[in-house]
Design a protein around this ligand. Structure first.
Ligand SMILES: [Zn+2]
Length: 341
């Protein structure tokens, strides 16, 4: 079933496509964890339709795809699949779809290396490094467990033969029926994440960099724990503001398309400043370990699946405060403390 698109909140149900503009369709696929669904875009182009993003390797996602392929997208010939970034909800069904749609999957070189890094199961050396890291920062065994199993849980949600991925060159525009799109990568959420804007200023594929309603998770790698991904994220917002027209319809990786780029960027920036201030507020005269401030941003001690998220958000924001010169690390590597500068 095909639905007319409107910006007032009528969303396509699973198995339906919404016509956002002539030659531009939007569909939603269910995924088994928050935000519980991911967007895909189906865009007319010269050599067959271009699919943007794939959904995750999960039964519910494949079932929604089956509905689409037997219904709304029946008879569509696809020329290529573009995956905006290496997270399972955006690339996880690469092989499965490539076979069904008879089209290659394209992504950026940065996304490919990030995929390889995040699916590299930890050997004894990396596990030992994670144990030292957790000891040094006062993180408990639950945190250690969450970090060690990350590559395994990532791998369980993807079907991607990396040797079959094709690489986009960032200096080569992508020609679609709705316009000629320039490419850029935006870091902070996922390394090498692809965003695209058309030259007429009408459309902006923002991937997960700019979402309505929720702010993108920040990237975190326990083996490269000092990376200021919050800083990278905020600085990419500046690049985007200069690069994308205010009038553009924003086509995000999750939640409905929307307009109002600068207002959304201002909200995200303010939130980021508030989060920095909230973490700073936890520090008094005594230095603290990261393990002692892990619950500050969410307002409670993280449990179970929340731990990996809390670790990422906390480290990203701490690293940002350190690079701003507001917090300083103290310690010898074996036991690390943080104190206001
Ligand atoms: Zn996503």
């Amino acid at each position: 079933m095909k639905r007319e698109f409107d910006l007032k909140g009528v969303q396509p149900a699973h198995g339906e496509i919404a016509e956002v503009a002539s030659g531009l369709f939007w569909a939603r696929l269910p995924i088994p964890y928050p935000p519980m669904e991911v967007n895909i875009y189906i865009v007319e182009s010269a050599g067959g339709w271009t699919l943007i993003d794939t959904g995750m390797s999960a039964d519910m996602t494949r079932e929604a795809w089956d509905l689409l392929l037997q219904g709304a997208l029946k008879g569509f010939k696809f020329g290529r699949i573009i995956s905006t970034h290496h997270h399972p909800d955006h690339i996880g069904l690469a092989d499965w779809l490539s076979e069904r749609l008879e089209a290659d999957v394209w992504t950026t070189a940065g996304a490919l290396s990030a995929f390889k890094r995040d699916t590299n199961i930890y050997g004894p050396e990396a596990e030992a490094a994670i144990e030292r890291f957790c000891m040094a920062h006062g993180l408990n065994e639950d945190a250690q467990y969450a970090l060690k199993r990350q590559p395994n849980s990532f791998l369980s949600r993807v079907e991607v033969d990396v040797s079959r991925l094709k690489l986009l060159s960032l200096d080569k525009p992508v020609t679609l029926g709705i316009g000629t799109f320039d490419l850029m990568t935006a870091d902070g959420h996922a390394a090498g994440q692809l965003i695209m804007r058309d030259r007429a200023g009408q459309y902006f594929f923002s991937a997960d960099q700019i979402l309505p309603g929720v702010v993108s998770k920040l990237a975190f790698d326990p083996l490269d724990s000092g990376a200021d991904t919050a800083g990278a994220y905020v600085s990419s917002l500046e690049d985007i503001e200069a690069w994308v027209e205010e009038s553009a319809l924003i086509l995000p990786g999750h939640f409905p398309p929307f307009r109002g780029l600068s207002a959304r960027i201002a909200e995200i920036r303010e939130r980021q400043i508030r989060r920095g201030a909230r973490l700073m507020g936890a520090f008094g005269a005594e230095p603290l370990q990261v393990g002692q401030v892990l619950g500050v941003l969410s307002g409670r001690e993280p449990q179970g699946k929340e731990i990996a998220f809390a670790l990422a958000e906390t480290f990203a924001n701490i690293n940002n405060l350190v690079s701003q010169g507001r917090l300083v690390w103290q310690g010898d590597g074996a036991r690390m403390m943080l104190a206001p500068a």
